[in-house]
Design a protein. Structure first.
Length: 279
């Protein structure tokens, strides 16, 4: 009799386990897509957040700021990460489809870094010189105090928010036809590493194995590197906010995730990954 009761109890435990498993809610899925500048930061945010929030499943992919914003507009992602602000044409599309202009959330800061080969004698450039170099008006390193060598230009593709920001704030014109566009910041860094006459640009977090060029606002300004202090003070002239865009006011798991990103814990990861806190 005792054995029968034990068997019934065992069956009951198994059934309860099955029922409990069947009613365990699936993790809430959040997709994040966009800026290659931000992708390593967003991946780290997702990784750390999911460890303490197993009810969340966050997928992060790159492709460029423009690609992420297009995916948001087309309903293919929940969050677009972007290293530039949304364009008015993108906001108009959002408005026509969803009757909303979307929600912009500044989540970090970045200093666009100018990459040089370590052997380059040039260690600093002004904003004016950078514009002239990338517009193709300065073509030889000797024109800015370097060796008598042709300058090789490397940059991002036009779907990149970094491409747009650098064009608007540094070039104030069109890129030289000779500028070789590459599909990610890591590719730009790798190209500069291999080419003694190269110059490129991208996020500060990717600047490894290359020389970081100091930048001065004008001829009378000090040449500085991107740092938390120079970005906060405005001394570094090529700094920017990094953004998340969503269709409407966040709720549920998405709100919890975004609130965590803006919390001291999330902003600590910003610093650890080589970016700069939003405040």
């Amino acid at each position: 009799m005792k054995a029968i009761r034990l068997k019934k109890f065992a069956v009951l435990v198994v059934l309860l386990g099955i029922v409990g498993f069947a009613f365990t809610p699936a993790p809430e899925r959040i997709t994040v897509k966009g800026s290659d500048t931000m992708v390593i930061l967003a991946q780290k945010w997702a990784e750390v957040y999911m460890k303490s929030n197993p009810d969340a499943a966050i997928q992060v992919t790159g492709g460029g700021s423009g690609t992420g914003i297009s995916a948001l507009i087309n309903g293919a992602t929940d969050i677009a990460i972007s290293s530039r602000k949304m364009k008015s044409s993108e906001m108009d599309k959002m408005k026509s489809l969803y009757n909303t202009m979307g929600v912009e959330i500044a989540c970090a800061k970045d200093g666009i870094t100018v990459y040089l080969h370590p052997s380059n004698k040039v260690k600093e450039l002004s904003m004016k010189q950078l514009g002239q170099i990338f517009r193709g008006e300065i073509k030889n390193w000797k024109e800015v105090g370097g060796a008598d060598q042709k300058i090789k230009l490397y940059g991002r593709e036009n779907s990149s928010g970094t491409y747009v920001f650098f064009q608007e704030h540094v070039l104030e014109g069109d890129y030289a036809a000779s500028c070789q566009t590459l599909p990610g910041t890591a590719a730009v860094v790798n190209a500069v590493k291999k080419d003694p006459n190269a110059i490129g640009y991208g996020g500060a977090a990717y600047a490894e194995g290359i020389e970081i060029c100091k930048v001065k606002n004008d001829e009378n300004s000090p040449a500085v590197l991107a740092s938390a202090e120079t970005i906060k003070s405005g001394k570094y002239p090529i700094s920017r906010y990094l953004f998340m865009y969503i269709k409407s006011k966040p709720t549920g798991q998405m709100k919890k995730f975004i609130d965590w990103i803006l919390s001291p814990e999330g902003q600590k990861l910003v610093v650890e990954m080589g970016y700069f806190p939003v405040k």
